[in-house]
Design a protein around this ligand. Sequence first.
Ligand code: MTE
Ligand code: MO
Length: 343
Amino acid sequence: MPRQLTIQFASERACLMHRTRMDPAGFFRRIPLLPHQMQARTTATADMIVLCHLGVPRLDAAEWSIAIDGLVERPMHLSFSGLTAYPRHTVASFHQCAGSPLAPLEPTQRICNVQWTGARLAEVLRDACPAREAIYAWSRGADHGSFGGLEHDSYVKDLPIARVASDVLIAYELNGAPLPAEHGYPARLVVPGFYGTNSVKWLTRVTLADRRADGAFTTRWYNDPSPDGRATVPVWSVAPQSVIVAPAPGGAWRRSAAQEIRGWAWADDGVARVDISADGGESWSAAALEPREDRSWQRFAMSWRPTTSGPITLCSRATSVGGATQPGSGARNAIYGVEIMIE
Ligand SMILES: Nc1nc2c(c(=O)[nH]1)N[C@H]1C(S)=C(S)[C@@H](COP(=O)(O)O)O[C@H]1N2
Ligand SMILES: [Mo]
């Protein structure tokens, strides 16, 4: 018997009729830490970035469920206790906001490093028996409202299904505690190594499909121009980036005294080297770099002795395992510089 390949949406109508309360409603974000404040390897939950395009839906774990549907042989619904019955996995990962989708090339340092715990999406999907034709997993959040001059029934993203086999989670804990409301309570997708925008909070549905999702958050926004300008590239994989944590901008250092320059570097495929420049990017030397553990950001450090006095700009430049490096300007992962005074 030929397999049925219609996309099956489990109880769609019921979902749309039951609209979740938004509190607050509308866009809100928090960027609490500047790079020189990113001292801790694991960012405290209160110090994390927060980004909510449409506001925060208030959900009850006892009433929550997630639908798994689309190109699957066995569409299913999971309750919260059904989700937590799957084996628990913890992933330590950097977590980066790509910046405003309305200003996609603006350099940003909206980054933190946290621990997520949940069920592996791959293990949940296996029980729904995905069809061979499924190439993308669409994920949908319970939030709704207006953003960018449009009304949105929900926040929908997609990711290549090939990625799911790695460490993609349906997470229900953050830094060892239940997810706070603004971070996706009771459960969210976490795609370690992809920009935060793909990690859909307040997750209520995962739909397998043979094409990309068609909402504004996957078609209109979060697509970068390709290098030749002829196509677009989805904002998925995190490009190599780094921040100098010490010294802080505006600081003063004594001439001829050795000091430590240090910071964090990260990339989807891991960082292979970090170079530091003390002359605003004219010359570079390699910093010591720790190996990557799990999906965490990697610490780099270099001892440096200034030989001239006056203002200088220190910059760091990360190169990923795949050989990509940070551009000087015009991209979200552009090189970040810190100006200090040598006395
Ligand atoms: N449902 C839903 N998920 C979402 C968003 C959203 O607006 N709605 N924002 C995304 C963006 S752009 C980012 S950067 C991350 C931020 O996650 P955090 O607020 O938990 O740090 O959530 C992503 N997941
Ligand atoms: Mo974001």
